[in-house]
Ligand binder design. Structure first.
Ligand SMILES: [Zn+2]
Length: 375
């Protein structure tokens, strides 16, 4: 059976490009992972997600364990079969969403007990249970169970939380065991504090993981602080393993993260925004609900090859959004995911060619132009 491996193929400054190989297929890096929260990338058929250029998507342990449950998905042949997606899937550990979504919860050294936001039922999530659930789902890339404080938080709180997450990382590694073809990623914590990030990285490397995530960012600290942290945090992680920045982000966050040595990212932004009429283009953000689009026969972006831009006018997209037609979320989500994947492909090519600085300058100057003028 093919093993999980990472082949780092080129570097340009701190930016990297390569290929993660898994038994379910290759993941070209830098990679953007669309989020398939409840076993679907909302408003998209799986084949459409693949057509945008996505090599991997993300599933949420917290949502799936509550509904339809990991045991039911396992009985039905695993998450890939259940949702008709045969490429790689990364699952998060559930830790972050328990803290952000569930009702009453209690955090102890053992794990977290909480009430479901769906029906109020009581559940427990521990490192061991998180590993069990992700195995039942059939995840290709499994994430360690961790805890992360919202920022800003004081140093003592950040240190206590990080050290518990490191103990949980060790328990996750032991519970994961040996699963050929599947990978387990550790998650670096430590807020914005350099010494805690260093301590966390050392603890993880000591245990040994197939890849390393930078966790605990994009939780309200702002782009400048996040970039400042990435400037030192990625250097602490092994060069020969993929580095994953969790929950990021906007197009310029993604480009800045790749410039700082990140290989993988995920975010709900392109799909969620697609449903609220917010469109990301080369020239910045377009709000399709604005009246200026009502009579505009031009596409969202004349250079985009997605179905929304190839076949429909701004006027039509404006109309179906205003009329709350389902095709609105479908077309705008497709466009947004297509655009995000185009950014990733552009960065991969530029890094391989050693022209990433020029690519970034062009990316920023196109965005600075803003949307085309109204007719
Ligand atoms: Zn498009």
């Amino acid at each position: 059976m093919k093993k999980f491996s990472f082949d780092l193929q080129a570097r340009d400054g701190a930016a990297r490009t390569g290929v993660i190989s898994t038994p379910r297929g290759d993941i070209r890096t830098p990679a953007f992972m669309p989020v398939g929260t409840a076993a679907t990338v909302k408003a998209m058929m799986p084949e459409s997600v693949a057509a945008t250029g996505a090599d991997i998507l993300l599933g949420n342990t917290y949502h799936l364990m509550l509904r339809p449950t990991a045991e039911r998905i396992d009985r039905l042949g695993g998450l890939h079969k259940f949702m008709n997606w045969d490429k790689p899937i990364l699952t998060d550990s559930g830790g972050f969403q328990v803290m952000s979504l569930s009702g009453l919860r209690k955090l102890t050294e053992k794990g977290v007990t909480f009430k479901s936001h769906v029906d109020g039922s009581k559940h427990e999530l521990t490192p061991e249970r998180s590993m069990e659930i992700q195995k039942l789902l059939g995840s290709d890339i499994v994430m360690c169970f961790d805890e992360c404080p919202a920022l800003p938080a004081d140093r003592a709180r950040i240190a206590d939380s990080m050290r518990m997450s490191m103990r949980w990382a060790k328990r996750s590694r032991e519970a994961f065991g040996d699963q050929p073809g599947h990978a387990l990623f550790g998650i670096q914590q430590g807020g914005l504090e350099r010494d805690f990030r260093e301590e966390s990285a050392k603890a993880l490397i000591d245990v040994g993981f197939d890849g390393y995530a930078v966790g605990g960012l994009a939780v309200g600290e702002g782009q400048e602080a996040m970039f400042g942290c990435l400037d030192f945090a990625t250097d602490m992680l092994p060069v020969d393993r993929p580095r994953y920045l969790m929950g990021v982000g906007k197009p310029d966050d993604i480009v800045g993260a790749v410039a700082r040595g990140i290989d993988m990212m995920d975010c709900v932004l392109p799909s969620r925004s697609g449903r609220t009429g917010q469109v990301f283009t080369r020239h910045g953000v377009v709000n399709i609900k604005n009246a200026r689009h009502a009579d505009d026969p031009r596409p969202l972006d004349e250079a985009c090859t997605c179905p929304a831009c190839s076949n429909y006018s701004r006027a039509y997209l404006h109309h179906v959004f205003r009329s709350q037609e389902m095709i609105s979320g479908m077309l705008l989500t497709w466009h947004n995911l297509h655009y995000f994947q185009e950014i990733m492909a552009g960065m991969r090519d530029a890094i391989a060619a050693g022209t990433f600085d020029a690519w970034q300058a062009d990316f920023h100057s196109q965005r600075a132009q803003g949307d085309i003028d109204p007719l």
